[in-house]
Write a protein that binds this ligand. Sequence first.
Ligand code: HEC
Ligand code: HEC
Length: 219
Amino acid sequence: MSSPRLRRLLAAAPVVMALALSPFAMAAGPSTAPKADISKGQAIAGAACAACHAVDGNSVIPSNPILAAQHAAYIAKQLNNYQVKPGATKAERENAIMTGLASTLSEEDIRNVSAFYAAQAIKPSYAQDKELVALGQSIYRGGVPQKNIAACVGCHAPNGSGIPAAYPRLSGQHAEYTKAQLVAFRSGQRANSAQMMSISALLSDREIEAVSVYVAGLR
Ligand code: HEC
Ligand code: HEC
């Protein structure tokens, strides 16, 4: 590693790479976001998160969300929302357990642990009750026009995979967790999404139950 020629070559390599990639870089816009380190994220997950979310993010406890294959930007937003920011009296998304944990994470930790979970494969789940599933499917795909409830499909995609950086994955999530979130958005207890608060405000208990069971079986 000490020859001056090798050092010059190594020093020049990133420039060559950057030139070769520049048309893409220009098309995608300049990216200043630091790269995530998945192995550091795995270490955090194993030490601090696995007890509740499982080593690979496929939590088996219905009240603990599955994090596997969730979009990294969404996970990072939630971890930020759980933190009580300086000057604020409460977190944007209140939860005693997660606020305590998220507060111990730096921005870098959040980036790394989010990338780790996003890279894990989700284990397929299944939906039970046929009648509920049928109602859930009609809400998911078509909304409830007479109540002006938007179709979930418009933002969360036909297969529930969401859209990276914009809309979270819902497919395969525990029905119990999804239901709890819709109830929390409806009551304002979860107040970190104006869109979801206004949509869930219009949903009845049965509609919430149905759509939660339906998305659990999506893949
Ligand atoms: C003691 C159990 C426990 C531990 C440990 C734990 N979590 Fe959680 N986590 C939960 C519960 C319960 C929720 C649902 C909270 C709510 O309703 O807002 C949750 C929610 C989340 C969410 C929101 C998911 C979504 O779909 O919106 C993220 C992200 C998350 N946890 C990440 C982590 C990370 C990263 C760690 C480790 C640093 C961790 N959790 C450790 C119990 C835990
Ligand atoms: C206009 C776009 C839009 C529509 C339509 C929409 N959502 Fe969402 N949804 C979002 C956004 C954005 C978030 C992320 C909120 C956040 O950042 O915390 C979200 C989050 C959620 C969550 C929380 C996921 C988690 O892991 O905690 C659930 C559950 C959910 N939506 C269910 C639904 C259901 C069911 C419908 C249809 C009745 C629906 N959404 C329609 C935009 C939408």
